[in-house]
Design a protein around this ligand. Structure first.
Ligand code: NIG
Ligand code: FE
Length: 420
């Protein structure tokens, strides 16, 4: 057999990846991982060319003088982690509210009093494009250093046309300016802007008739999201926005059943969305509707932790055969958490998920929710070389050492981008 010349070889670690397959990993199958002790991962030109036990990979590859060899004995090797739900780009910060909430103030009450999301809207409108890019660069660096190689980023802190475009433009600039792959989502329906306080349906019309077509025309977002929530966007208002978005060719994601049981999960199933996110308050019917659909439920236990709310019923969803993903929900208010590893620990501790389930959730299923499973989310020949090496000898230690960054090396498209 002809050997492939490789430019990167990682050898001797515990290789841990989702099983190779052609569908999201569902229910009981989320317990399964492929684990190769003392495995090798070989890469060429930014792609994985072979993964497996040393003796198998050795026969398939040819090392040259240029091949970089990374010894990983006693380390864990995983796919680059994928964070499929963040609000990465915003102006200002909300530590004042964090301390108010710490002493008992309620998140939705702060929002109804004009703070919360609207306070970030004011700061984001006031920020320059350069300031948004600079803050985004820092935050992406924090994430990358924790092993995250792909991040979904939502707008939603402008609400007016110019500021929404400015946020999405910041994401576009960031895509080319640093190593983390970014996926853009327009979330104009995130809160009611003060300009439309007396005319809420007028704002829905504005989103549908003005903003969505403009974003489509400029190619500034791949997905459209709505905060479907009591007092925010009703199911009917959300459906109108999503129908138009679908007609324009956007794929859909939704903030569903976060604070109240409203039917966001059912709406996601009805419209064939890519993901339904949060689901703290999802109903039995909502779980059933998701089970009969291809929607990926994305759970965000960092938000429940940070808001001190009940966690999403992960075990019930797994029993119903759902393919769960996990994300940080990083944002300035309800969840200022950038660590996907912390989210994995919270998922184990408070949603009774196993380390195998959480690893599938932050790799292959997260990739499916972003429509990128062909290229990322597992360590397989032919996939992009997005790889993390952790400073522990067993993958179960990753969620176990809560709050410690165990990442040693991050490789993005075959290049070492973090080395600690
Ligand atoms: O996902 N739920 C709505 N949006 C965010 C919070 C945004 C904020 O507080 O700024 C969330 O929790
Ligand atoms: Fe969110």
């Amino acid at each position: 057999m002809a050997r492939t010349e490789i430019d990167l070889l990682i050898k001797g670690g515990q290789v841990v990846t989702a099983l190779s397959g052609s569908a999201p990993v569902r229910g009981g199958d989320m317990q399964k991982l492929e684990i190769i002790e003392e495995g090798w991962v070989a890469c060429a030109a930014g792609q994985i060319t072979a993964v497996g036990p040393a003796e198998e990979v050795r026969e398939q590859v040819e090392l040259t003088n240029e091949t970089m060899v990374i010894g990983a004995a006693g380390k864990v090797i995983t796919p680059g982690l994928i964070d499929p739900h963040t609000h990465l780009v915003f102006g200002g910060s909300r530590e004042d509210e964090f301390y108010l909430r710490a002493r008992g103030a309620d998140y939705m009450e702060i929002m109804e009093a004009g703070g919360g999301i609207l306070s970030s809207v004011r700061a984001t409108r006031a920020a320059s494009l350069e300031e948004l890019v600079s803050a985004g660069t820092d935050r992406l660096r924090w994430m990358l250093e924790q092993g995250v190689t792909t991040v979904e980023c939502k707008s939603g802190y402008g609400l007016d046309l110019d500021t929404e475009l400015k946020q999405l433009e910041a994401v576009r600039i960031l895509k080319d300016a640093q190593p983390v792959e970014l996926v853009s989502t327009y979330l104009g329906a995130h809160a009611w802007p003060p300009e439309y306080a007396e005319d809420r349906d007028g704002y829905v019309d504005f989103v549908i008739n003005t903003v969505l077509p403009k974003i489509r025309e400029e190619g500034l977002a791949e997905f459209v999201d709505v905060f479907t929530e009591k007092g925010v966007f009703s199911v009917e208002q959300s459906r109108r926005i999503f129908n138009k978005a679908k007609e324009l060719g956007f794929a859909l994601r939704v903030h569903a059943d976060e604070m109240h049981t409203l039917g966001g999960a059912e709406l996601a199933a009805e419209l064939g969305m890519a993901s339904a996110d949060h689901l703290l308050m999802v109903s039995e019917e909502g779980i059933q509707a998701l089970a009969e659909s291809g929607v990926i439920p994305i759970l965000l236990p960092g938000t429940a932790f940070s808001l001190r709310k009940p966690y999403a019923p992960a075990r019930k969803m797994l029993d119903a055969g759902l393919p769960l993903a996990l994300a940080t929900d990083f944002n300035p208010g309800s969840c200022p958490i950038t660590s996907l590893a912390l989210v994995m620990s919270l998922a184990c501790l408070y949603m009774a998920m196993t380390p195998e389930e959480v690893l599938n959730a932050v790799t292959i299923n997260a990739a499916y929710s972003l429509g990128r499973s062909e290229r990322i989310g597992s360590l397989e020949a032919g996939k992009q070389a997005d790889i993390v090496i952790f400073q522990v000898d067993d993958y179960r230690k990753i969620p176990y050492y809560i709050g410690t960054n165990l990442v040693e090396t991050v490789i993005k498209t075959g290049k070492v981008v973090v080395s600690r």
